[in-house]
Write a protein that binds this ligand. Sequence first.
Ligand code: 5RP
Length: 290
Amino acid sequence: MADMDNFKEATAFGVGTPQKTIGFPLKGCSNLDWGMKNRLSRIFNPKDGKSLMLACDHGFIMGPTGGVERVDLSIVPLMKYADCLMCTRGILRSVIPPTNTIPVCLRSDAGSSILTNLNDNVVIDPEDAIRMNVSAMAVMVAVGDELMEAKTMANLYHTVDIGQKYGIPVMGVTAVGKQMARDAKYFRLATRMCAENGANIVKSYYTEGFETVTASCPVPIVIAGGKKIPERDALELAYRAMNEGAAGVDMGRNVFQSENPAAMIRAVAAVIHKNMKPEEAYQMYQDLSK
Ligand code: 5RP
């Protein structure tokens, strides 16, 4: 156990002083190799360094949850509005047309279902990720989970080794277990640990004090949308995250469980790439839903 006596609380986040980026729009990525930068540039629009990732990997742990019962019917028509698709290799091979040209962030770990506890035990064979021409690999990390913390961090570490070898960025996905606090202090710890262990992108959740989470994480953060909330609130969540330092969203349920997923994803895109205010984006959602 690390010595926690007189542990100095972190306070000097430098919020308002963005980390410098040199010659590449994404923070912390200037020193990466060409292949990494090229793949990151497929995910994050090089004009603004932002990304709307559409997450539909839920079935890998939840099965056919609401909105992804038929990925061919619900998700494929939305892909044209997203900058990147996050899915599993099973869905990629069985449902996503190979003529698709949007980049794929591949869910690259597996293990548990919603019937048990967090228990991710395997990560993908790099050759399979390369065969599928993916632009990033995503691996979940359960910081704070006594049983799975070290195992999932090792998964991330190992996947980063693979990613570095083949030029494929790795996204560390911070998991929130049932007992874990979802506050800024927790997400500062979890996101920073992902970055320190080599993640090129980190997926977090939005929380009060989020600007300290993004400020203290040296690589781009994208947020999950989380459970379905009213459309107006989800647009506000995206707006706040972007204006508190996020580089994008990796949103699933708040898009595909929306009353009108096509209208919702276009409104979210306007928030991400045009910094559209939530009121205006919600109006856009309503107009597109008519
Ligand atoms: C879980 C994930 C999901 O892709 C993530 O939760 C995004 O979906 P949602 O916006 O529905 O939360 O990475 O580990």
